[in-house]
Design a protein around this ligand. Structure first.
Ligand code: IMP
Ligand code: MG
Length: 187
């Protein structure tokens, strides 16, 4: 059962549980076809990408490994990222000569992904691609090539399905829009 009193500030469901299931399965099939005959390493960006990763994995028919990375952006506050991104937890695996697919929850300004790509390129993977569940393309400040996108969404603050609202509500099975006027953070 979904946690907490989210109904109070859930403005609307933007992507339903059913649509997520259908699209994640489609992405899994597409990725499997594109990398046919190869092994890949899925690099999940903590923490928002976790639910997407675990669902996506179940739709991959190619051999794959997983590893995790945590990034934090300086300044601005919890709901926006600033220019500089710092690695707070690095990968365990060596990505040299591997096919790496980054799995992310959402690309907003693009700064997080751009910095991550820059860092990972220095380790010389065989290939490096990005798979994001959500894309807020109208917010882009830094150009970044997204190879797989689940849904293009408009510029609204969303939560659920891995995405947090002040670290809570990641468990919700849908992606919802927050009514920021009706929302007060948990104590
Ligand atoms: P970017 O560096 O501006 O592209 O920001 C990407 C990060 O900001 C994501 O990985 C999320 O952690 C966070 N983010 C951006 N928009 C949202 C949102 O609507 N809900 C939750 N997190 C968001
Ligand atoms: Mg994130």
């Amino acid at each position: 059962m979904p946690s907490g009193d989210y109904q109070k500030f859930l403005k609307e469901i933007l992507v339903s549980e059913k649509d997520l299931k259908i699209r994640v399965a489609e992405l899994g099939r597409q990725i499997s076809a594109d990398y046919a005959g190869e092994k890949i390493l899925l690099v999940c960006v903590l923490r928002g990408g976790v639910m997407f990763l675990t669902d996506l994995m179940r739709h991959l028919s190619i051999p794959h490994m997983i590893d995790f990375m945590a990034l934090s952006s300086y300044g601005v506050g919890a709901r926006e990222s600033s220019g500089t991104v710092r690695i707070t937890m690095d990968l365990n695996m060596d990505i040299y000569d591997r096919h790496v697919l980054i799995v992310e929850d959402i690309v907003d300004s693009g700064r997080t992904m751009a910095s991550l790509i820059e860092v990972l390129e220095t380790r010389h993977p065989r290939s490096l691609k990005i798979c994001t569940l959500l894309d807020k393309a109208t917010r882009r400040e830094v150009d970044v090539k997204l190879d797989y996108v689940g849904f293009d969404i408009e510029d609204r603050f969303v939560f659920g399905y891995g995405l947090d609202l002040d670290e809570f509500y990641r468990d919700l099975p849908f992606v919802g829009v927050v009514d920021l006027d009706a929302y007060t953070p948990e104590e």
